[in-house]
Design a protein around this ligand. Structure first.
Ligand code: ADP
Length: 271
């Protein structure tokens, strides 16, 4: 068991520092929260750097990181673990949350509202002073490793009555706001991650700003930093700027023909 866990830790340790450009005091805030093992909620739109931030922090704090992308078919048992049949024997296999709890990892539940409601029951005892995980199927209560901490991400833009975090859950986390970085920083990120010159990166950011401003007119979400990086990569691979923006920004954002026309006009304006 110890051996298995020992090798597990290696698997989840981040070996190389992930590039992260801070927007404000988020690094210091996270370090402070972690020093008291306070659970953290990262709020913000998709593709604005939340996952990268957690990776950066896991590296900086020298903790293994276990990331779980939540979706509507994710049950508590997917987090905790299950009995499996192996060579006619039933053996227990820890799920990713249980592994994180035992090894003292940072456990990152990405888009937590997407998960089934039964997952919140599992999360609650891990986020208060009990710091325990109940494995009902085994009749076992696992105390969290002293270094374990839970981090969740949440996109307030997708909020609906059906998919919202309950107060009883929200109020167990410290929260940090994330948004698209300010233009100069975002251009630096797009240039660095997309491997293109700063000038072109700056124009991609101008395009994104314009798109973010027309959001009210039918787009559910603005162009993310992630999409700008995709556009930069296509440009770098020799695709024309216009086609890169269509393929990496315009088409992923909307199926609406009229909105696509508006976006095409914006692309032509800027490049
Ligand atoms: P989210 O988790 O918010 O959906 P990600 O963390 O996956 O978004 O961000 C998408 C990509 O944007 C990252 O892979 C990274 O390349 C880039 N990125 C966004 N913000 C930053 C930042 N502040 N520093 C470095 N890279 C960033």
């Amino acid at each position: 068991m110890t051996d298995k866990l020992g090798s597990d830790i290696e698997d989840y340790q981040i070996k190389k520092e992930p590039y992260y450009l801070a927007s404000g005091n988020e690094i210091e805030l996270f370090e402070a929260a972690y020093s008291s093992r306070l659970p953290v909620m990262l709020k913000g739109p998709t593709g604005c750097g939340k996952t990268r931030f957690v990776e950066h922090m896991a590296y900086k704090l020298n903790r293994p990181l276990i990331t779980i992308a939540c979706h509507e078919d994710l049950f508590a048992s997917d987090l905790i673990g299950r009995y499996l049949l192996k060579n006619d024997e039933t053996v227990w296999e820890d799920g990713p949350l249980t592994r994180a709890v035992r090894m003292g990892a940072i456990c990152y539940l990405d888009e937590v509202v997407e998960a089934r409601k039964d997952t919140t029951v599992v999360i609650h005892p891990l986020t208060d002073n009990r710091r325990t995980l109940a494995i009902d199927k085994k009749g076992e209560v696992v105390p969290a490793h002293p270094d374990f901490v839970l981090v969740i991400s949440y996109n307030p833009g997708y909020q609906s009555v059906l998919k919202d975090l309950k107060q009883s859950t929200r109020q167990r986390f410290t929260a940090m706001n994330f948004d698209y970085p300010e233009p100069e920083k975002e251009a630096e990120i797009v240039s660095q991650e997309g491997k293109i010159d700063l000038e072109t990166a700056g124009r991609l950011v101008s395009l994104a700003e314009k798109i973010r401003n027309i959001r009210e007119h039918g787009l559910t979400e603005g162009a993310s930093t992630r999409l700008l990086i995709y556009a930069a990569r296509l440009i770098g691979a020799g695709v024309s700027v216009y086609d890169s923006c269509i393929s990496a920004v315009c088409l992923p954002l909307t199926d609406d023909a009229r909105l696509q026309e508006t976006l095409k006009d914006l692309i032509n304006d800027i490049f």
